[in-house]
Design a protein around this ligand. Structure first.
Ligand SMILES: NC(=O)c1ccc[n+]([C@@H]2O[C@H](COP(=O)([O-])OP(=O)(O)OC[C@H]3O[C@@H](n4cnc5c(N)ncnc54)[C@H](OP(=O)(O)O)[C@@H]3O)[C@@H](O)[C@H]2O)c1
Ligand SMILES: *[C@@H]1O[C@H](CO)[C@@H](O)[C@H](O)[C@H]1NC(C)=O
Ligand SMILES: *[C@@H]1O[C@H](CO)[C@@H](O)[C@H](O)[C@H]1NC(C)=O
Length: 321
């Protein structure tokens, strides 16, 4: 009897979520590790078929949260990976959390719901769990500057939520003043601000502000400059490697755990099955406060993602960093 029970619970574990959830300010639950699917920053010519495979591998490995965006041009592949996992009884739709994002050229209130409906069609889903305004900046379809205030866009996001097309709404790449202005002028508070956070871009004040205001920070490009994006950036990795050795973990796992210790939801992106598995295997160790401080010591105040082409556009969120 005991043996049968043990085997059953092992089977259950194999298909179960590997990451716990955080409660959002609207009461919904969100798994605290998300698979990244955006291809632009790491490998420009990676094929979208790799996205389909990585989404499936991730769900198989116990991820329950997938991060995509209309601008990544991979929502169809994300949807295919999800459909395959559902068809193979690895997950049900209700067990997973899907995040997608509204692009800058759909910021008018009446454009938001149709844009989300297009995303849902590509994903093959009837709702998403989280919809984000990708940037506070608005553009025309040709990419030139437009002047739509994100307060107007937010009303369209509220419409989408009202219609049941999305469970929770939030923002991405908003700075602190923009979050303050949004909260002061809206009925619905954003549940999330998705911004760059890594050991090389630590975002102390953003993380503190969001914590005080009940907004969860999702951290993109979590590996920062540790994954060889800028060969001129000299990083002395020995302190990080020492911590990794202590816990018998890879440097990547230590970085992701570091974000979790800080209350940030990491969005690691990988198309390699082994690293996908590694990147959710984060819940059998924890870092001391001192180790978190050592890792924060890698801060360079330099962003991986810096869309300088928009620096003169209205509502551009970033400074000189
Ligand atoms: N909201 C926004 O504006 C925004 C902006 C940028 C990104 N994002 C989101 O955040 C996600 C992640 O950001 P990102 O793609 O810029 O960067 P990232 O996750 O920091 O880095 C991805 C790179 O790290 C490598 N890698 C992954 N796991 C590793 C590990 N354990 N050890 C060593 N190397 C590892 C990957 O290579 P392999 O594939 O070979 O493993 C890939 O080259 C995106 O996919 C997207 O979903 C959002
Ligand atoms: C990606 O494209 C660039 C040029 O467009 C090429 O030099 C490089 O080898 C390609 N990388 C891969 C992995 O195909
Ligand atoms: C890297 O840092 C360690 C201490 O953490 C130090 O012992 C070592 O000399 C440094 N290496 C270089 C090349 O600066």
């Amino acid at each position: 009897m005991y043996l049968v029970y043990a085997i059953l619970s092992l089977i259950y574990m194999a298909g179960a979520s590997r990451a716990p959830c955080v409660e959002l300010n609207d009461g919904n639950l969100m798994p605290i590790v998300a698979l990244g699917t955006g291809r632009g920053t790491a490998k420009e010519n990676e094929s979208v078929d790799e996205v389909r495979k990585s989404v499936f591998w991730a769900l198989e490995a116990g991820y329950r949260h997938i991060d995509t965006a209309s601008v990544y041009d991979d929502e169809e592949q994300v949807g295919q990976g999800i459909a395959e996992a559902i068809q193979k009884n690895i997950v049900t739709r209700e067990e997973i959390f899907v995040t997608t994002k509204l692009w800058n050229d759909k910021h008018r209130r009446e454009q938001v719901v149709p844009a989300l409906q297009e995303s849902l069609r590509r994903l093959g889903l009837s709702y998403v769990d989280l919809y984000l305004i990708h940037f506070p900046v608005s553009t025309k379809e040709d990419g030139s500057a437009d002047y739509v205030d994100y307060l107007e866009t937010w009303k369209g996001m509220e419409d989408a939520k009202q219609l049941g097309l999305v469970k929770s709404i939030g923002v991405s790449n908003f700075n602190i003043e923009q979050l303050q202005r949004l909260m002061a002028n809206s009925y619905t508070r954003p549940v999330v601000n998705e911004v760059e956070v890594s050991p090389t871009f630590t975002q102390e004040s953003m993380v503190a502000f969001c914590r005080q205001n009940g907004i969860v920070v999702m951290g993109y490009s979590p590996f920062g400059f540790f994954v060889g994006r800028d060969s001129t950036m000299k990083i002395n990795r020995s302190a990080l490697y020492k911590i990794a050795e202590k816990y018998h973990k890879s440097f990547g796992q230590v970085i992701l755990r570091y974000l979790i210790e800080r209350g940030v939801v990491p969005i690691p992106k990988s198309t390699n099955q082994k690293r996908i598995e590694q990147n959710i295997d984060l819940f059998d160790f924890s870092l001391t406060e001192q180790e978190v401080a050592v890792i924060s010591g890698y801060n360079t105040n330099k962003r991986v993602i810096h869309p300088v082409d928009w620096k003169d556009y209205p509502f551009y969120p970033f400074g000189q960093e």
